[in-house]
Design a protein around this ligand. Structure first.
Ligand code: PMT
Length: 412
């Protein structure tokens, strides 16, 4: 699993809201990622979930009383603040938001937050009317101005029987935000366009030509690019994946023609384009608008195909200063074939993967790739998760940008 949370000391501060039970799942997920999790609860939070539950899930004692001291020379809240890499208040009630925004430190949790210099993330959850109230919004604003990190609550059914804004955001979104906080924003200022998934070329309303691309490789690149601070657009063919994080501009397409139109729409503004999609090279010359009837008399049905645009090849002709990254799905002579594609399509980088190899490439969570640059330098990346591969590809992109900048500076 690709994560910045491994070996980090995380304080989860639980306050008294019904969503406290969801925090159990968060603690489990964080420990799965190798984080060391310490739970602190307000008195009210213990009415919703027992400290024993959190102690069992985190493997550490749970602090829920002001004068529950740590062993050692330091006072409890200072000791915990000192070891922490990040604190997350989840769920954050209107009460805790109000207290911290106004400098009130009257229990263990609030004194601990006052005593820390590490990032503190508030994950609010409450009734819609409370969330929308002027005073809560004023306090939220104060917290932002004081440099605290905040997530917006989700929208939907609330425990109080109403619908609206106030739900605890989904656990994966909270983890992604925590990862974000730990990630250096070395791609900020870049505008990245990523393509992912298969295209579908219709034969008739029920039949189509497509391929086995799941979209996982492209989605991983978009996610890590966003995490590293790039403004990111993901143009995706039909997949079964959940939509990407909400701060990624997400464009859904079906056919190669639609993908080309979408790519061209975002091309002008892009600084980096990464084409991980598996685009069908051909489409039906005549797509039937009615379902084609089976003819019992004939054993052969001939489909006439015509070439789809080569989106990447077309981009290579007009790319200007943009960094253009292609993928190469190969089954033999990986490096030679990929490098030929790089030259032919005028790319800066090509990422070759052997799609005939078991356990990587199409559909898998893992990949193994060879990254080749325009100077013919070759880097083999062994089998690892697609998110790790995405991070390494983006490192190569970053190096290419730096080298280009250095050449420009040297010339001046
Ligand atoms: O989606 P996953 O299940 O995670 O699988 C990932 C993957 C195997 C699909 C991915 O790693 C990958 O290899 N993507 C490129 C697949 C492909 O179409 O390769 P190609 O060698 O046929 O094409 C070369 C490049 O040209 C690709 O960047 C492709 O996006 C682009 N292309 C191809 C044809 C076309 N008409 N237009 C294009 O832009």
């Amino acid at each position: 699993m690709f994560t910045n949370l491994r070996n980090k000391e995380i304080i989860i501060a639980v306050t008294g809201g019904i969503a406290a039970y969801k925090t159990c799942e968060l603690v489990r997920e964080l420990t799965k990622r190798g984080a060391s999790v310490h739970v602190v609860m307000t008195k009210n939070a213990t009415q919703f979930v027992s400290p024993l539950t959190f102690q069992t899930l985190s493997g550490h004692p749970v602090i829920h009383e002001m004068f529950q001291l740590f062993t050692g020379p330091k006072i409890g809240h200072i000791a915990l603040s000192d070891i922490a890499d990040q604190m997350v208040i989840v769920p954050a009630t209107a009460n805790i938001i109000g207290k911290i925004a106004n400098g009130i430190a009257d229990d263990f949790l609030t004194t601990m937050v006052m005593a820390t210099t590490v990032p503190v993330l508030f994950v609010p959850s409450m009734n819609t009317k409370m969330w929308e109230s002027k005073i809560v919004q004023m306090n939220i604003q104060r917290l932002k101005e004081a440099g605290y990190e905040l997530m917006e609550p989700g929208v939907g059914d609330l425990a109080c029987g109403t619908k609206g804004k106030g739900r605890l955001p989904p656990i994966p979104d909270i983890i992604e935000k925590m990862e974000d906080i730990f990630t250096e924003k070395d791609l900020s200022g870049e505008r990245v366009v990523v393509t992912a998934g298969p295209t579908i070329e219709y034969i008739d309303p029920v039949r189509c030509i497509t391929n086995r691309s799941s979209g996982k490789m492209g989605y991983a690149i978009a996610k890590i690019a966003r995490r590293r601070g790039a403004e990111t657009t993901l143009i995706s063919g039909e997949t079964y994946l959940p939509p990407p994080r909400s701060d990624i501009n997400f464009v859904k397409v079906r056919t190669a023609i639609e993908m080309k139109e979408a790519v061209m729409r975002f091309f002008e503004d892009a600084t980096i384009i990464i084409k991980a999609a598996a685009v069908a090279d051909f489409r039906c010359k005549k797509e039937s608008i009615k379902k084609i009837k089976k003819n019992d008399e004939e054993d052969l049905y001939v489909l006439e195909l015509e070439k789809n645009p080569d989106i990447l090849g077309d981009l290579g002709k007009i790319k200007g200063n943009r960094i253009l990254v292609g993928f190469a799905a190969e089954t033999e002579n990986l490096v030679e074939n990929a490098y030929e594609k790089l030259k032919k399509k005028n790319l800066d980088i090509i990422v070759a993967n052997n799609v005939a190899k078991e356990g990587i490439g199409f559909g898998s969570d893992m990949n193994e790739v060879t990254i080749i640059d325009a100077q013919g330098r070759v880097k083999h990346v062994p089998k690892m998760s697609k998110e790790e591969i995405a991070n390494i590809i983006l490192d190569s992109v970053k190096r290419t940008i730096k080298k280009r900048k250095k050449r420009e500076d040297d010339w001046l």
